[in-house]
Design a binder for this molecule. Sequence first.
Ligand code: AMP
Ligand code: MG
Length: 422
Amino acid sequence: MNSPLAATTPLSCFELDDRVPSVDEARQALLTLIEAPLGHERVALQDAHGRRLAETLSAPINVPQNTNAAMDGIALAWLAEQTRWPLAGQALAGEPFTSTLATGQCVSITTGAPLPDGADTVIMNEQLEIHADHVRVHSPERVIRGQNVRQAGEDIARGNVALAAGEQLDAARLGLAASLGIAYVAVYRRPRVAVFSTGSEVTAPGAALPAAGIYDANRFTLSGLLREHGAEVVDLGILPDCPDTLRHALEGAAASADLVLTSGGVSAGQADYTREALTALGQLAFWRVAMRPGRPLAAGALGELRTPFVGLPGNPVAAMVAFLQFVTPLLARLEGQSSGAPRRLCAIVDETLASRAGRRDFIRGVYTSDARGQLRVRSTGAQGSGILTSMVNANCLVELPDACTAVHPGETVIIQPLRREA
Ligand code: AMP
Ligand code: MG
């Protein structure tokens, strides 16, 4: 039976025996294929968008550096119940007032200008009547001591952690790093991912379509997903269903990539050589997962380097869904993250969706927010694993749990938002 250890330590990829793992088991097991995160490199902040920090950034300065005015107006050294304030000078952003303000005095000030020593309160222009040597304040009873002042370090104080290792540098984080004066950051190297399509019928766009051909969609969906997730794509084209060609190609890719992805050729069909090549070159972990779409899915390690390998299903929707469940977490692990499981939200379902016990179903869905802000979801319609328009029309995957046989209108379901907005 399960020991407490077994409950917390995921099985390695190679300990699943001949069982068909659940999505959760397969996702956990796959992570064990990655022994160590990738190395780091230093890049200019301008080039760091989307990269993952490999260092923790502490603030070398207070942000803001000085206590300053949040409004254009006057800065004053508080004196209760005074309405006529003598003007001692001015403080501009970049041109501070350098003397100390005596109690009861004020200076005119612009937004962002450092508050002079002695000043503690700012009143905005709209509340002032400004004369040559003094200022009169309207409705002085509305002035609160300390108002309209931004304190030095109120955004982030010197020495505090500004951004933690592992955070992905999005627009706001880039801005924060820049506001600290940081010009270079250590980030994880981008994962280099080799991608092949397989199948003698699979034809590159631009070539004439043979009578029994099908255009190669997967290299484009997978390359796009890889780029969306910050990986560097090594596009190795289309491989025919030929065991030797496949073996050589996988061997070459394993020597230079951090991860090798193929699509097609992993089911139990006659021409499905991917599993065979994987067994010959390395170690096959499992080749099916209890899910739909995406049941045929091979995973293992290639060659002496034990390069992680995922053989995605050939059907275009299945390849994308399996990528989002299994490859995304691997990319996150390569960049030092402990978990990269898909983001989940709850939504109320507006129609009956059928499922089958013993596997996880991923229905392509469209979620919207109703007048009360409640998320609601419906399916995109036909759900065949080759119907790529269902992915085009979807903005989420509805995830129906392993034991579920159906959900009905009004029930709550889990959705995985797709990155693209509807
Ligand atoms: P397979 O797993 O190789 O049996 O492929 C399953 C289905 O997906 C078949 O109908 C293939 O023709 C189709 N397929 C395989 N690879 C691709 C691809 N790269 N682009 C579009 N369809 C594909
Ligand atoms: Mg095939």
